[in-house]
Design a protein around this ligand. Structure first.
Ligand code: TXA
Ligand code: MG
Length: 349
């Protein structure tokens, strides 16, 4: 398949490009589009065949449900059987934005989208291209992140191009995504609201409006409530080691690991904070990527997937990643890094 990559204005998207995207979506085809978190791979959420293509193109396990994106409340109402007071509060305070709500589904939402679950995950994105595209299509749009399964989520049009070229008819490219980590998935279907996946809206932000909430911790219960959380999202070709500790100790340990890697003829890449970078240059890693400042975790979040992808593209055998402090956006950043590291986490306190 020929893939067209159209550059679109992220603030005032061109009407004719939106129209083209909407036509493909209405015809049951897939369109990649930017959201404020990561790029999405969109399909008409009410068309099972179109949604099945998403799983095929991504190589996504069938038991991992899709988030449905809407552009207004009326559209959301068609998908949700019963709104809870907590869900209403979330809509008021966090939509449009990087918060996905899990609520009981209506009959029009098919089992292909929810992977057979009784609840549907819905979100109203804030990116103008996403909102206007859904509006132009006049349809709710099912969209996972627009990467191949097992790769980091795409945060730029180039990432999508590399993963989706030849597989879908259209990529709407509006450049880099602002947030850089995926939305927070929050179960508000009843009982205590529960975070199923940490993301762009922090637990602290949610608690300031909702009071105390819970976090689904898949290591404690056997089956995570968000099926996607059981997959090791990003399995880099290289071995990723996550290091947690003070700048001083991290620099020292990374220096040792770089030396060890080189003596085994391995290429060693480093993903670190702005604060550690000046001390790591002279340790001569094969790639040094600065994620951003410890004091500005929104920088780290927005650069994270770019850094991970770059390490693979440049053929790093070992990837040393510096952890950040948990809390706020730090929780989502650490969640993604921990998944990429698997069991390889070193505490260098
Ligand atoms: O920011 C985002 O959320 C991006 C953009 C494109 O909107 N989308 C995204 O989708 O990250 P995806 O498919 O990569 O991740 C969706 C997560 C998975 O962990 C999935 O298991 C969970 O949401 N999920 C989807 N529907 C669910 C449901 N009905 N109940 C529980 N979890 C659900
Ligand atoms: Mg994903």
């Amino acid at each position: 398949m020929q893939t067209k990559r159209s550059y679109i204005d992220g603030v005032q998207p061109e009407a004719e490009l939106l129209k083209e995207g909407a036509e493909w979506l209405r015809a049951g085809e897939l369109v990649a589009f930017p959201t404020e978190t990561v790029y999405g791979l969109g399909a008409n959420a009410l068309n099972d065949l179109a949604c099945a293509k998403i799983f095929e193109v991504k190589g996504r396990p069938q038991d991992n449900p899709l988030i449905v994106h809407v552009c207004n409340r009326a559209m959301a109402n068609r998908l949700v059987e019963a709104w809870t007071p907590v869900a209403e509060l979330c809509v008021q305070h966090f939509w449009p934005g990087p918060l996905t709500l899990v609520l009981p589904k209506t009959a029009i939402v098919s089992n292909v989208v929810t992977a057979g679950l009784p609840n549907v995950a819905i979100r109203m994105p804030s990116h103008p291209v996403a909102l206007r595209l859904i509006e132009a299509a006049g349809l709710p749009i099912a969209a996972p992140s627009a990467n191949l399964s097992g790769k980091p989520s795409p945060t730029s049009g180039s990432h999508v191009w590399r993963d989706m070229k030849g597989k879908i008819p259209l990529i709407l490219d509006a450049g880099a995504c602002q947030v850089g980590v995926e939305s927070t998935v929050l179960d508000v279907s009843g009982g205590v609201p529960t975070i199923l996946r940490p993301g762009g809206i922090s637990k602290e932000q949610l608690e300031s409006i909702l009071g105390e909430i819970q976090v689904d911790n898949p290591s404690e219960c056997q089956v995570p409530k968000a099926p996607g959380m059981k997959y090791r999202h990003y399995a880099p070709r290289g071995e990723l080691i996550l290091m947690i500790g003070s700048t001083e100790r991290i620099v020292q340990r990374m220096g040792n690991e770089i030396h060890r890697g080189h003596s085994r003829l391995k290429k060693v890449g480093v993903l670190c904070t702005l604060e550690s970078a000046p001390f790591l240059h002279n340790r001569l890693p094969d790639l040094l990527f600065v994620l951003g400042s410890k004091e500005h975790l929104e920088e780290v979040a927005s650069n994270l997937f770019e850094g991970l992808r770059l390490c693979d593209e440049r053929g790093m055998d070992v990837i040393l990643a510096e952890g950040v402090k948990e809390g706020g956006l730090g929780t989502a950043i650490m969640n993604r890094l921990q998944k990429a590291a698997g069991q390889r986490i070193q505490y260098v306190l």
